[in-house]
Design a protein around this ligand. Structure first.
Ligand SMILES: Nc1nc2c(ncn2[C@@H]2O[C@H](COP(=O)(O)OP(=O)(O)OP(=O)(O)O)[C@@H](O)[C@H]2O)c(=O)[nH]1
Ligand SMILES: [Mg+2]
Ligand SMILES: [Zn+2]
Length: 343
């Protein structure tokens, strides 16, 4: 067996010096980074490879994003170099993204989990009667909100399209959300029903409008903030679906304080990025019963001794929500992209 060579004093000193240098080297980028000429700002728009950053005086610069930065989204607090000209062209650089107190994400089929917006306080889940009302999509967003502990508000838009009896049916369907403690608002951009109430909710908070394409997120924002001039697109006559009019998230200021973010609509809001246990907890009325089933791995379907199923039978849990839960679980099994990191 080869003998370990004995180092001379000089060699030992050299090794120690090299090691010290190596340790210093790895911390070099941080130490070298000159933060003197950086300003604080907030991301108010995100387009392709660039982002619009607003400084503390309200001037907006279009910025490149340092390659080392993981992601930049609307609502991010950043440190940036404003560059020479402001307004025209891409002249600034975002150097540092500050820690986020919250982030709403969604799974992208191709890109893995994508952040949508950061540092939000409230999520306005917009639905409509055209495209047709989907309680399942509302439930999906509620799960995402519960997962990140952000208060959701449910808005049903375009209610002027409903005949009185249709309206009564819809109100009955949505009553479950009131019963669960969520705020529900009925709105119309045509009659302005609900607009003042929704506007009042937004004071001094950072709120994001989310929901399917075509439900009227941008239209509502234009009602709340007439200067917003958000682009609005018709729902397709053929498919009855929205046409993805808003393509990038944008942060707008309210005159009363508070900010709102318009976000691009999605067709399906996947939940593959959220573990099944969190999806289950996302149905807040299940929480009282969790842990009470006979089997620890109870699927809450036809399993013997399922206390959730029993609660449904006893009228303590809404059958519609229970069905929605299983529809979501089934879709998570079917449509999960292979690289989502879940098994
Ligand atoms: N009847 C009726 N139509 C509305 C109302 N609000 C919005 N719309 C219409 O719904 C369509 C879609 O509105 P948008 O505001 O572009 O919808 P969006 O949710 O921003 O859609 P994306 O940007 O694609 O996600 C437009 O034709 C609007 O005029 C409403 O209260 N009543
Ligand atoms: Mg829009
Ligand atoms: Zn069970």
């Amino acid at each position: 067996m080869a003998k370990k060579p004995k180092l001379t004093h000089r060699q030992k000193r050299r090794v120690a010096a090299n090691r010290k240098r190596r340790i210093q080297d790895t911390s070099q980028p941080e130490a070298e980074r000159n933060t003197d000429n950086l300003q604080a700002g907030k991301v108010v728009g995100r387009f392709g490879k660039h982002a619009d950053v607003e400084d503390l005086q309200g001037t907006v610069s279009r910025c490149h994003i340092r390659r080392t930065i993981d992601s930049v989204v609307c609502g991010d607090q950043v440190l940036f170099q404003a560059g020479d000209e402001t307004g025209e062209g891409v002249s600034g650089v975002i150097e540092i993204v500050q820690d986020r107190h919250s982030v709403l994400t969604r799974p992208d089929f191709y890109d893995g989990v994508k952040p949508i917006a950061a540092n939000i306080d409230q999520i306005i889940i917009v639905s409509a009667v055209l495209p047709s009302l989907s309680l399942n999509i509302i439930d999906r967003y509620l799960i995402a909100c519960e997962d990140i502990n952000i208060t959701p508000v449910v808005v049903l838009n375009k209610v002027e399209l409903l005949e009185p009896d249709e309206r009564a049916t819809v109100e009955q369907q949505l009553a479950i959300y009131n019963e669960l403690g969520y705020q529900v608002y009925y709105a119309s951009c045509k009659t302005r029903e609900g607009i003042d109430e929704i506007t009042a909710l937004l004071n001094d908070k950072v709120s994001i409008f989310v929901g399917q394409s075509g439900v009227g997120k941008s239209s509502l924002i234009n009602q709340i903030l007439p200067d917003a001039e958000e682009l609005v697109g018709a729902v397709s006559n053929n498919s009855g679906l929205g046409q993805h009019t808003t393509t990038a998230a944008k942060l707008l200021h309210l005159p009363t304080g508070g900010e709102l973010i318009d976000s691009p609509g999605v067709r399906e809001f996947g939940l593959w990025h959220i573990p099944v246990e969190q999806v289950t907890r996302g149905f807040i009325e299940f929480r009282d019963f969790l842990g009470g089933c006979k089997f620890r791995d109870c699927k809450h379907l036809n399993d013997p001794g399922c206390i959730i199923r029993q609660a449904v039978d006893e009228g303590k849990i809404s059958p519609a929500r229970f069905a929605s839960y299983h529809k979501i679980l089934a879709s998570m099994q079917e449509g999960r992209p292979s690289h989502s990191g879940q098994t």
